[in-house]
Write a protein that binds this ligand. Sequence first.
Ligand SMILES: *Cc1c(COP(=O)(O)O)cnc(C)c1O
Length: 389
Amino acid sequence: MNTKKSPHTALIHSDYRAPAGFAAFPTAIHHASTVLFENVAAMRSGDWKDKNAYTYGLHGTPTTFTLEARLAEIEGGTQCLLAPSGLAAIAMVDFALLKTGDDVLLPDNVYNPNRELGRWLEADFGITARYYDPLVGAGIAELILPNTKLIWTEAPGSVSMEVPDLPAICAAARARGVLVALDNTWAAGLALNGFDHGADIVMQALTKYQSGGSDVLMGAVITRDRVIHDRLSLAHMRLGMGVGADDAFLVLRGLPTMRLRFEAHDKAARKVAAWLKTRPEITRVLHPALPDCPGHETWQRDFTGAGGLFSVLFDARYTEEQTDRFVDALQLFGIGYSWGGANSLAMPYRIAHMRKNWPDQGILVRFNIGLEEADDLIADIEQALELMK
Ligand SMILES: *Cc1c(COP(=O)(O)O)cnc(C)c1O
């Protein structure tokens, strides 16, 4: 167009195109709702499911497609869908795979908002949600009903830390044609390969280690099976699960350092956990790499590492008032949800209220060990234990 434009139009239209051939390591941040088609024919033949073309910002941009492809590769899968939070990713799986009359099995130690989702499915959607002992292993076979369509697993449960026997659960599920979804957030896709251990669907809260900055909320659902992926895609599209370009960039930015961060969290967490094990105030250290933790042998068999997240049980002689005082007295630990960032966190849980069956006494406190020096964290915990008494 060579006709002279008004400056008002020039605010919007320009013939300038930046030269092609720019290359740099970071993925470009593409902000878009509208995506332009070459012509009407291209628009008419556009398919929102096609990851090799663009139809609408919600269905993908070069930034989000790149993040999806990278996450699928890390997890050993072939397809990935992004969701605006880890919980949204869980909801996408449920809405894609369950319908009225179906049954879903959840571990009794499931991430609590996933349990809340189960309650909602029961109350308003005519889907039954039943809870199983996370250590049930092959015994899951006895719980599978003809209408059971999905089994959720978490390896390990992110508060009470039981490590499930994923291969045994998945083998029993496969024999009955039931799909298994794994919440693999604790292991970040680094310390456990969900697909190799039998899962059909792997979910990640990228909010945690992938972002690493305590500044992004995002989730991902990864598959190795085209048919399952297509069912998930339909729910993804129908529910309008888009993610912001800047957030996708932040997660992409976090990936190259995730291994280093994960290993640093792991090393420091094991040091702090081993020290806590020597303390008389603590009866059990629920860290999968320690024998106190239910499923420790399964962790040894299936995992190649641990992260920064573990819990402890205080001796039953300490009241909740005292353990609250302990948490309040910590200087280097923030009190807050989530984990996987540089800052250490401590969180007391009323675990007996969260579970159908919880045999232990004593208050549970969960630690996210950040990237501070482990000895400083230990000194901080030590002073807080003294103040508690
Ligand atoms: C944090 C978390 C989620 C949910 O992620 P959000 O992005 O906070 O919604 C799901 N599962 C586990 C195990 C988590 O720790």
